[in-house]
Design a protein around this ligand. Structure first.
Ligand code: SF4
Length: 415
């Protein structure tokens, strides 16, 4: 879009072209944006078809073509071109889009509140919840279902076996931990079942030890039913919540003899959750992810965090509705609608928190790559991890400055 605006300035003397053909040649301008500009700026009866519009029209007109297929979009564009109000095309396009965003929502349209209910063919045939038809990601989704329901991945009969499995993961990675870390916390660590009174609504989590070291750090695992406990993401979960994720980072911060007292308990989500997510990507270096299901577990968590970047930004910066964010998540991951709705409402209530994971992870990976490139053979991954961990939680900009200074100092040593 930015490139397109520059082109308008340079090639069209700052006057936006008023034909679809010309607008469509601008970089970053697709058919939807072209139609929106033409109808808003020039009052031209041009279609602006996005996902909301396709959802509404597929129901109103009972269009059963698969909207995931690019050629189906043409059907909707032609339908809008026929129906559009030539007196006020901008209001027509905007109204359709808003109807899809607020009333004609993805899985449970609010038909009783709908102003076009009298004209909606799907409402009369009772098919409003089945439309639109969208086959996208079916293969991926069916694989998610396969993994979720695979009894081979639910091998345990009692809770202790599940806790023991996490300790086995820890034992397997121990020899490799020393290759990546030269420090380890003194704070003791254990894996426990989440208390019964709260486990039905809990996620796995880390609970830090006490500042004086008398209480251990605990990785809590909710296990309401051991026979349906699916192991496919156990390795990435252990790396993130336990070692070398939250247990290493938080314990080393609390044990530091360099940090002032108030910084020992300071928390910045971009750093803390960024570190934990970064450690999920260390699985191969730590001798894990040899089982493809475990690797898939890590990748599906990556996807979940990447989706957050889109939906959190969409809602808090781009004017997305709750329903648009739910639809986007449903299209791109295989969690249940109930779980996705709960997640989206979490992001609504706490802007930016959920996207801090991926932003922090990307920054740490970027700094690692930069240090590796600039220091070459002098790059030592153990020193790099020390540099990250010894600061305790800080804003990412400060972390970046610190690592840049460390790289510069080490380059001078090389000379
Ligand atoms: S009646 Fe229901 S399905 Fe039809 S357009 Fe309105 S909200 Fe959507």
């Amino acid at each position: 879009m930015q490139a397109g605006v520059k082109e308008v300035r340079d090639q069209y003397n700052s006057v936006v072209p008023d034909t679809r053909d010309e607008i469509s040649t601008l970089r970053g301008i697709g058919p939807y944006t072209a139609g929106a500009i033409l109808s808003i700026a020039y009052q031209k009866p041009e279609h602006a078809v996005d996902g909301n519009v396709m959802r509404v029209l597929s129901r109103v007109l009972l269009i059963k073509e698969d909207i995931a297929k690019p050629k189906t979009r043409k059907i909707f564009e032609e339908a809008v071109s026929e129906l559009i109000d030539s007196e006020d095309p901008s209001a027509f396009n905007q109204g359709l889009m808003e109807l899809g965003a607020t009333i004609c929502t993805p899985k449970s349209p609010k038909c009783l509140l709908c102003p076009v209910r009298e004209n909606c063919a799907a409402f009369y045939s009772g098919e409003q919840n089945e439309l639109p038809i969208k086959s996208k990601n079916k293969k991926v989704k069916s694989f998610f279902d396969f993994v979720r329901n695979n009894k081979d991945l639910m091998p345990f009969t009692n809770r202790q076996q599940i806790l023991d499995n996490f300790n086995t993961i820890h034992e397997r990675m121990k020899p490799q931990l020393e290759k990546l870390f030269s420090v380890k916390p003194k704070t003791q660590f254990e894996v426990k079942r989440t208390e019964v009174f709260r486990e039905a609504s809990s996620s796995a989590e880390y609970n830090q030890g006490s500042l004086d070291g008398t209480r251990t750090g605990v990785f809590y695992v909710p296990i309401p039913n051991p026979t349906t406990y699916n192991t496919y993401s156990d390795e990435s979960l252990f790396l993130h919540e336990a070692i070398p994720g939250h247990h290493y980072q938080i314990s080393l911060q609390q044990e530091s003899t360099e940090l002032p007292q108030f910084r020992k308990t300071l928390w910045y989500s971009g750093y803390g959750e960024g570190w934990a997510l970064y450690t999920e990507s260390l699985g191969k270096e730590l001798g894990l992810y040899t089982d493809p299901y475990q690797y898939f577990g890590m990748l599906s968590q990556e996807m979940h965090r990447a989706i957050r970047l889109v939906v959190d930004t969409g809602m808090h910066s781009k004017g997305w509705t709750r329903e648009q964010a739910i639809e986007y998540s449903l299209d791109n991951e295989a969690d249940s609608e109930a779980s996705i709705t709960a997640e989206i409402e979490r992001y609504m209530a706490n802007p930016g928190q959920a996207l801090s994971y991926k932003i922090g992870q990307l920054k740490i990976r970027e700094l690692r790559e930069k240090a590796k490139d600039e220091l070459g053979e002098a790059f030592d991954i153990r020193q790099f991890h020390n540099q990250i961990l010894e600061t305790g939680c800080v804003p990412l900009a400060l972390l970046e400055n610190k690592i840049n200074r460390w790289i510069t100092a080490n380059k001078k040593l090389k000379l």
